[in-house]
Design a protein around this ligand. Structure first.
Ligand SMILES: Nc1ncnc2c1ncn2[C@@H]1O[C@H](COP(=O)(O)OP(=O)(O)OP(=O)(O)O)[C@@H](O)[C@H]1O
Length: 287
């Protein structure tokens, strides 16, 4: 049976993450009560313990070396009778729990590199390691499995199915990732609440702002608990306030979901939230 979500039982967002609260005062239809939160005191203890556990997990991950290691990567494409070299010797490391940005002008090669970090494409030469997996050598099949299990993607244009509600969009990604159906309800609720959309769960994309749609896309991308989230210009279609909200969600999920984020951007105003910025010029990183 469906129940109302009582306000005092909503999980708190960390203060530093300015994720907007839903303005709608009506509780979300079908939202779940959390049976573990018997009182506000218990909730506070639970939250504190969770915080400690996630910090420890993040620390352990950090100590275990990079999640991505890119060595001398080059990528050429055949064009006309010749070839164009788009990536010209890229080296980078991404540590677990980092928010890393690739910044550069249009055509500098950011998307080409991001596609390779996610195993959508392979380098002409060089190496890309995802943990102990050599993405540069894996077959299409193995890269597909790795992507499905461990990587989430977010695009500039949200990539939501327009006739499905926010809830159904997120649920669909769990179905596709092969997550057991008994986990869907709790996980979809959790992910949508995490991105500040607990009261927009049953809206369809056209009933939401661009920023809200992008936050649904984030919930969808993290629902199957990927280790790595790749985002191609996730704030490009948003105004500065909505862009800042998306960045606040990113900072938040790094801690709560132990995810690592690598994103491309043109936007200089969001660079300050990055742990590391790689500046790309004509297929190379510059200082
Ligand atoms: N499959 C391909 N075949 C030929 N050229 C390609 C191919 N993919 C990318 N390129 C070229 O590589 C260059 C870099 O493209 P890429 O999309 O990586 O740049 P970008 O920095 O992400 O640009 P933007 O910010 O506009 O998205 C461009 O000149 C593009 O035309």
């Amino acid at each position: 049976m469906m129940r109302w979500l009582r306000k005092e039982k909503l999980p708190k967002q960390p203060e530093e993450a300015h994720i907007p609260e839903d303005v709608d005062d009506h509780p979300a239809e079908g939202a779940l009560e959390n049976p573990h939160l018997e009182s506000s005191e218990a909730a506070a203890v639970q939250e504190e313990n969770l915080g400690k556990a996630t910090e420890q997990a993040a620390q352990q991950e950090k100590e275990s070396g990079p999640i991505l290691h890119v060595k001398e990567v080059r990528r050429s494409f055949p064009v006309g009778g010749g070839e164009i070299e788009v990536l010209k010797g890229i080296n980078m490391e991404v540590l677990p729990g980092q928010l890393v940005m690739l910044r550069g002008r249009s055509g500098s090669g950011k998307t080409t590199l991001l596609n390779m970090l996610g195993g959508l494409d392979q380098p002409t030469s060089g190496e890309i390691w995802f943990r102990d997996q050599p993405l540069h050598k894996l077959s299409d099949e193995k890269r597909t499995v790795l992507r499905r299990d461990q990587i989430g993607f977010i695009f500039q244009a949200y990539a939501l199915l327009p006739l499905l509600s926010a809830w159904e969009n997120v649920e669909l990604s769990l179905r596709m990732a092969g997550v057991p159906s008994h986990e869907w309800k709790q996980r979809v609720t959790h992910c949508l609440e995490l991105v500040g959309l607990g009261k927009r769960m049953f809206h369809r994309p056209f009933e939401m702002s661009g920023g809200e749609q992008q936050r649904v896309a984030i919930a969808k991308a993290i629902a199957h608990r990927p280790k790595l989230l790749l985002a191609d210009e996730p704030t490009a279609n948003l105004d500065s306030q909505m862009g800042a909200q998306v960045m606040a969600v990113f900072k938040n999920i790094i801690h709560t979901e132990q995810v690592t984020i690598c994103m491309t951007t043109h936007d200089p105003t969001i660079l300050e939230v990055a742990d590391h910025v790689y500046e790309m010029v004509d297929g190379k990183f510059v200082e």
